[in-house]
Design a protein around this ligand. Sequence first.
Ligand code: SAH
Length: 217
Amino acid sequence: MTQTGAMDAERKMQFLFALRSKGITDKRVLSAMEEIDRGPFIRGLFAERAYEDMPLPISCGQTISQPSVVGLMTQAAEIRPRDKVLEIGTGSGYQAAILSKLARRVYTVDRYRKLVGEARELFEDMELHNITAMTGDGTRGWPDQAPFDRIIVTAAAEDPPSPLLAQLAIGGIMIVPVGQSDAVQSLIKVTRSDDGFDYEELLPVRFVPLLEGLGRE
Ligand code: SAH
């Protein structure tokens, strides 16, 4: 029988090898991804595929991102230990859990109450006390807590939403997939300086769309 749930030594080695081979070289990012077991973030049928480098279905018709894409986004965000980070698109909570190992404080928002509820339970179980999760429309950001040193958007927008640009601190970095939802999108790194925003294209990606308003579940 195949073993599910636990990241045993061999799976862990293969998982980390796959991440390195896809270009994740930052030691802090690798060790955060070693610490956070992806298994518990995937429920049901697909749980046994948790250690494969592929996106998988989660509740509410959404997906948990591919681990190497999570790693590349996290690495590109250059998170520092004192940073306050905003994630749009909590989904399973996996990306937020990794961010919580690298940053001082993580705020994460999803438009599905059910996903936020399930993710909160996992954060509690894993004793990740520096994450705050909220149900809401992430296209508006989280004005009460702005500005953010880093913003990671894990759903694709046609353009980076302007409230998110406004909530990015000077010197801050935002990572966001940009493009049509049914096509290949580009992962963009936005850097805010005193005089404005600088945009760098990182890699082609495919994310579920960033939708306005709340989800039904
Ligand atoms: N980061 C997640 C993967 C997210 S999938 C993980 O680690 O598992 C993208 C998520 O973005 C979905 O859960 C979807 O509900 C959410 N989403 C889409 N539009 C949104 C919006 N306007 N505000 C908040 N969340 C949104």
